[in-house]
Design a protein around this ligand. Structure first.
Ligand SMILES: *Cc1c(COP(=O)(O)O)cnc(C)c1O
Length: 431
């Protein structure tokens, strides 16, 4: 059996036909291993396992020496080789959550005194990591609009080590041009030693590797939550870092010592249920998102709507070049962001009405789920921003499209808008 020459859509279902990590050729589905420690037939083998840990590159076909789950584990490492291939990177390591992956990716490359430049809008807990913890750990953080390359260029100093952003951003769906940031980083890197080169880290959670592969567009590392569309069913928490060989040893040792590993049981579920169904789920979600976005766009009560699949999406050109699925088709994703006209509809009342009365839309955080989820980031996922959260986004609504019928989602949204109309709205309209 040879796995080369097949599309990623097919590869996701069958995985690698041969792997040095584990021989499971008698299973149609890879077995789930669940053993914290591994029997060692000699002290010599145990010693070799420890001394080789983080040194071997897995290029050899030789089976790795498994010792202890926190160091390395076969079910998890199979998922990791699948994710590395999906993202087009050299290596992948998985973690207990998206935040564990993000803090490990950054923690393994930063030293006190180094500086991270982060885009102004980031996921709430990433914002909190940068603003509450990094100052205490001696890492500098500056926030800048990555869509203003001049501004970005002007804040890069000798101390800058990482350029960090999401595209699309959570929750406002701004896009950032990965190739343009790569070009800028290359200008600075010409004069820097390897250890001081600017590293571009992209959080690919919103798009997933189905819609966008940042490493192919110039990122050095990808971080992402497996809790969202990669896991897909809302049952497992997890995170991943995809990175080049040169960073492997540090990230592997960091994970061993900080200990935020992904459990083999979660890795198995993500690998067996999540990855093979990713293209199918994403395509269906996109189909529905396009219809729901078009419905919202046509409403008087909606003052702003952002979905990369809409012709009027502000970054539409960039979306078309940057967001492509495995077949090269435009892949605008499953996330929608919109603002209601507060003179007509009460956004809090709208979300409460969804919570009380809707059947196909659920008021809940998280995203990339078989169920359609709706939340107000300014009050929930991004509340760590406090007063720093932009006023114009305070009442923004984030909608993660699931697998329900588009008609039903639209019906529930329509009803909630109807029920949360301001008492005066008909007067305003009638005059
Ligand atoms: C959810 C999310 C994370 C964090 O992932 P967890 O698995 O919840 O730790 C990071 N970045 C983005 C963009 C997210 O949406």
């Amino acid at each position: 059996m040879k796995d080369d020459g097949y599309s990623k859509n097919t590869w996701l279902i069958h995985g690698p036909s041969m792997t040095s990590q584990w021989d499971f050729s008698h299973h149609v589905v890879p077995p789930l291993s669940s053993s914290t420690a591994y029997r060692l037939e000699s002290v010599k083998r145990g010693a070799r396992g420890f001394s080789q840990f983080a040194e071997s590159t897995l290029e050899s076909r030789e089976a790795p020496v498994y010792i202890y789950d926190r160091l390395d584990e076969p079910t998890r490492s199979l998922l990791e080789s699948n994710l590395a291939l999906l993202e087009g990177g050299e290596f992948c390591l998985t973690f207990a959550s998206g935040m564990a992956a993000i803090s490990a990716a950054l923690g393994s490359v930063l030293s006190p005194g180094d500086e991270v430049l982060g885009h102004t809008m980031l996921y709430g807990c990433t914002h909190s990591l940068f603003s509450n913890w990094y100052p205490r750990q001696g890492y500098g953080v500056k926030r800048v609009n990555f869509n203003d390359l001049k501004a970005l260029k002007s804040v890069i100093t000798e101390k800058t080590r990482v350029l960090y952003f999401e595209t699309p951003t959570n929750p406002t769906l701004e896009l950032i041009d990965i190739k343009a940031v790569r070009g800028l980083a290359d200008e600075f890197n010409k004069d820097r030693f390897f250890e001081r080169k600017l590293l571009i880290i992209v959080d690919n959670t919103f798009a997933t590797p189905f819609c966008q592969r940042p490493i192919e567009l110039g990122a050095d590392m990808v971080v992402e939550s497996l809790t969202k569309n990669l896991g897909g069913f809302g049952t497992e928490l997890g995170g991943a870092v995809i990175f080049p060989k040169s960073l492997r040893k540090d990230i592997l040792l960091y994970r061993k010592d900080f200990g935020g590993i992904l459990s083999s049981k979660s890795a198995w579920a993500i690998m067996v249920y999540g990855l093979p169904t990713l293209p199918l789920r994403m395509k269906r979600q996109q189909y529905t998102a396009q219809r729901v976005a078009a419905f919202l766009e046509g409403l008087d009560e909606v003052v702003e709507i952002r979905y990369p699949g809409l012709k009027n999406f502000p970054d539409r050109k960039l979306a078309e070049s940057q967001m492509r699925d495995f077949d090269g088709d435009f892949a605008p994703g499953s996330m929608i962001y919109f603002l209601l006209d507060k003179t007509k509809v009460d956004p809090i009342g709208f979300a409460d009405s969804i919570a009380k009365n809707a059947y196909s839309v659920t008021l809940a955080v998280s995203l990339g789920h078989v169920k359609t989820l709706l939340e107000l980031p300014g009050f929930m996922t991004h509340s760590a921003y406090g007063d720093a959260y932009p006023d114009e986004s305070k009442y923004g609504i984030r909608l993660s499209i699931g697998l329900e019928s588009p008609k039903d989602i639209i019906k529930d949204l329509k009803n909630a808008i109807h029920q949360s109309r301001m008492a005066t709205s008909h007067i305003v309209k009638g005059k």
